[in-house]
Design a protein around this ligand. Structure first.
Ligand SMILES: *Cc1c(COP(=O)(O)O)cnc(C)c1O
Length: 429
């Protein structure tokens, strides 16, 4: 595979942009090699600047549930662009997007639009603190909620119950207000709640996607809901990845567990920068200008971005069958991968939730961060590059979800399975 142009541009990029990328995962650090610069995408396909074409199983890390630039999104953007890009004043389109979100996400009565998932989670936590008049939050090891200071925290060791920064620049004084529990370990949550009386919120990815896909087991979410209700703690579902991906109403609809606040992003922007946080009216009404909790954004509810988002959500709203189609395609892929594993006698863990999944290169069940970390990341790196050479574009890290879109065809899925078989043959024979 010829990637001369990507190599050349990456060298230039590194002169002007730290690491040559505007978001670290893109740099291929976890798998080695040069990131491919992408020129265009359509449906399930992307083409890099050297002209190599791939079937894309990343989908911009989640947003492209219908594939790249579906006609409805293209025409919504083109229509809006004729009228201008930003006014810093209200538009009809943002009301329509907010209305669609409130109609489709079970627990959301009111919503505020922002520009990214990070902004959404950051603002949701501020709001939760204001509403409960408490300060601490609980998060789960391996869950990602964007790069706001309070979330860049891991569990303190030994006797420490408070969190410690995972990045320089995060003040310890702030990190100690973030407590870290284990995903799928309800006792770890009970312990934190028992020992701390100042907990404003528990924030969780209801299906984790950022340590690879890890699903909740043993009624984990129901139990969290009960703990929160009993202790006047707000439950925040970070559905930036799972919202409109797992079901029309997100993971909360699938599991029938309603959080107090929900954060959204990715799919709701149709590939443009949109995030949102929403929930119960009595909580949301605390936001400025109605209430005292400050939150704002020059480009929030940006007309171009919300036009794209509105087009996607309206399509989903009118075509609920896409989730059945997505499930069928994903099941086909799952079955093929399991068959490939069986043929090579590998008992690796495949975690799937709807159209997002992760093949962990470990024989341990993956239920939390510790078990995810048992995966053989070097083997994953080899697998990644061999798949890439065969025209399959996978996440450049073992700990990211693979995404299927509505535009992937049965033929492409069968092609994936065939290519994977060839790669396994090279790796395991
Ligand atoms: C992607 C993601 C975020 C961060 O969203 P950005 O738009 O990248 O800031 C937050 N939470 C979850 C669960 C995510 O998957």
């Amino acid at each position: 595979m010829k990637i001369d142009y990507s190599v050349k541009i990456f060298e230039e990029a590194k002169k002007y942009i730290p690491g040559g990328v505007n978001s670290p995962v893109r740099a291929f650090k976890a798998v080695g090699g040069t990131p491919l610069f992408i020129r265009r995408g359509l449906g399930s396909r992307i083409v890099d600047i050297d002209g190599n074409e791939f079937i894309d199983f990343v989908g911009s890390w989640g947003p492209h549930i219908l594939g790249h630039i579906p006609k409805i999104v293209k025409s919504a953007i083109l229509e809006q662009i004729e009228n201008g890009t930003s006014f810093g004043a209200p538009t009809v389109q943002e009301v329509r997007l907010a209305q669609l979100i409130c109609e489709m996400v079970p627990s959301v009565e009111m919503v505020r639009l922002v520009n990214s998932g990070t902004e959404a989670t950051m603002s949701a936590v501020r709001l939760a603190r204001a509403f409960t008049r408490k300060n601490k939050i609980i998060k789960f090891a391996g869950c990602y909620h964007g790069h706001f200071d309070s979330f860049l925290v891991s569990a303190g060791s030994g006797a420490l119950t408070f969190g410690v920064p995972t990045s320089p620049g995060v003040p310890e004084s702030l990190a100690k207000d973030t407590l870290v529990a284990r995903f799928n370990d309800i006792d770890s949550v009970y312990t934190l709640v028992k020992n701390n009386h100042d907990i404003a919120a528990i924030i969780i990815e209801p299906i984790a996607g950022n340590m690879g896909v890890v699903t909740p087991i043993n009624n984990f979410l129901e139990k969290l809901r009960d703990i929160c209700t009993e202790n006047s703690i707000l439950l925040i579902f970070d559905e930036v990845m799972t919202g409109f991906r797992i079901a029309m109403g997100g993971a909360q609809q699938k599991f029938g567990v309603l959080p107090d606040l929900t954060t959204l992003g990715k799919v709701i922007g149709g590939g443009l920068p949109v995030g949102a946080f929403g929930g119960k009216r009595e909580i949301m009404e605390l936001l400025a200008p109605n209430g005292p909790v400050y939150q704002a954004g020059t480009l929030s509810g940006n007309p171009l971005a919300v036009s794209a988002g509105q087009a996607i959500l309206k399509f989903i709203h009118d075509n609920p069958h896409i989730y059945i189609a997505l499930e069928n395609k994903s099941k086909l892929l799952e079955d093929g991968i399991r068959e490939n594993l069986r043929r090579f006698n590998k008992n690796f863990t495949l975690n799937r939730a709807g159209s997002m999944f992760t093949l962990f290169f470990t024989e341990k069940l993956v239920v939390d961060l510790d078990s995810a970390m048992t995966a053989d990341t070097q083997l994953y790196a080899q697998y990644f590059h061999k798949m890439l050479e065969r025209g399959i574009y996978l996440p450049c890290s073992q700990f990211e979800a693979v995404f299927l879109s509505y535009s992937h065809t049965e033929e492409e899925i069968k092609h994936f399975i065939k290519m994977q078989y060839e790669v396994f043959k090279e790796l395991f024979e």
